[in-house]
Design a binder for this molecule. Structure first.
Ligand SMILES: Cc1cc2nc3c(=O)[nH]c(=O)nc-3n(C[C@H](O)[C@H](O)[C@H](O)COP(=O)(O)OP(=O)(O)OC[C@H]3O[C@@H](n4cnc5c(N)ncnc54)[C@H](O)[C@@H]3O)c2cc1C
Length: 337
């Protein structure tokens, strides 16, 4: 059992900044996210897009904002459970909550901050027979640990940034062989990334099959063979230890909808006049996941909500302690040793 002061469900920009504001009050945090990396929409949907409305930062790439937030919270040593969505919340007799993830990891705290954004990111799956049979047995939609592909024969499908970034990475001395399959001649990925794939293909590091699609997958207990239909080459069979269909992820509110919280238009109703609390005491909702009159789905609004919310969480843990607001310029940022 992982024990902490605040369990943060969702490691997007708002969940990450919550760690900083909580840390200033000497509250410890543990973040849970269904994605294998922190950063939420900024990391998953638009890491290379500039953001212009973070106060004091005229322009920053979304991915760089996530890196900077990770640096900013490092002194407060947050815990992370990544690649593992929170699916259940149970209340204990002594006013604590236990949050259980899909893989069964339990986390206990007095307070929960739901910073779940648009919800859990669900992979877009290709219409291939027997797909379910090989999920987790060679077919993966997200890469949690690239080391498991070392020395293996990998097939990647997709034409976006994620498919190309992973193709470059795995073809560069990690996998034994990487085949990238894309159903058209043009890519959605960044032109630099496409050029890099073309260069790697001409150097013989990457096998590129354009105008082609996976039609069938075979194996015994584990995937071992992929059948591809190519417009130019006809039917091709390749041996493969893993197939990574990287067609993007779409967010769905998912388990959050089952936690007894008041939901309005796919978002959690909160009390914005006080502390962004939900209808369950000790459970707060901040960032894109919440709704209230005048709500704006912007990063800076989520940062504000996190700052207010942790003050309320502090009072629940230390009802008799007075918390006097001090500026970081006075105190500095003292993390946990
Ligand atoms: C293309 C695009 C451009 C944008 N540009 C800007 C901009 O310029 N400026 C701006 O301010 N905003 C912008 N936004 C909006 C901004 O990205 C969001 O406001 C911000 O990401 C909200 O942060 P968040 O932390 O609340 O949620 P998210 O970033 O959505 O993060 C939520 C996280 O919660 C996780 N999660 C959900 N449910 C669970 C669960 N049950 N268990 C575990 N994890 C869970 C998700 O996997 C996700 O990682 C843009 C959005 C898009 C799509």
């Amino acid at each position: 059992m992982i024990e902490t002061d605040i369990i943060i469900i969702g490691a997007g920009p708002v969940g990450l900044f919550t760690v900083f504001e909580a840390g200033l009050l000497k509250l410890r945090c543990h973040l849970i996210d269904g994605l294998p990396q922190p950063g939420g929409q900024c990391a998953e949907i638009y890491p290379k897009k500039p953001i212009y409305d973070i106060p004091g930062i005229p322009e920053i790439l979304a991915g760089d904002l996530v890196d900077d937030l990770m640096k900013q919270i490092a002194p407060f040593k947050p815990g992370f459970t990544l690649g593992d969505p929170a699916i259940e919340i149970q209340e204990t007799e002594n006013n604590h909550y236990i949050v259980t993830t899909k893989s069964g990891i339990k986390h206990k705290a007095r307070n929960i901050a739901i910073a779940g954004g648009l919800g859990v990111f669900v992979p877009r799956k290709p219409p291939v027979p027997d797909l379910k049979k090989y999920e987790g047995k060679g077919v993966e939609y997200m890469i949690k640990d690239p080391e498991i592909y070392r020395g293996k024969n990998i097939v990647i499908s997709g034409g976006g940034d994620s498919a190309l970034d992973w193709a470059h990475f795995l073809a560069d001395g990690v996998a034994n062989q990487v085949t990238l399959i894309h159903r058209s001649q043009s890519f959605r990925a960044h032109p630099d990334s496409v050029q890099k794939a073309m260069n790697m293909a001409s150097e013989g590091k990457l096998k590129l099959l354009l105008d082609a699609e996976v039609k069938a997958i075979n194996g015994n207990d584990h995937l071992s063979e992929i059948k591809i239909k190519s417009k130019t080459e006809g039917e091709i069979t390749v041996t493969a230890d893993n197939w990574l269909p990287l067609f993007g992820l779409t967010p769905k509110l998912g388990p959050i909808a089952n936690w007894g919280l008041k939901i309005e238009k796919n978002a959690i109703q909160v009390d914005n006049a006080t502390d962004y609390s939900t209808n369950r005491e000790g459970i707060y909702a901040i960032g894109d996941v919440n709704t209230y009159p005048g709500k704006l789905k912007l990063i800076l609004c989520g940062f504000h909500e996190a700052t207010i919310m942790v003050q309320s969480a502090f009072k629940r843990i230390y009802p008799d302690k007075k918390n006097v607001l001090k500026y970081t310029t006075v105190n500095g940022v003292n993390g946990f040793d």
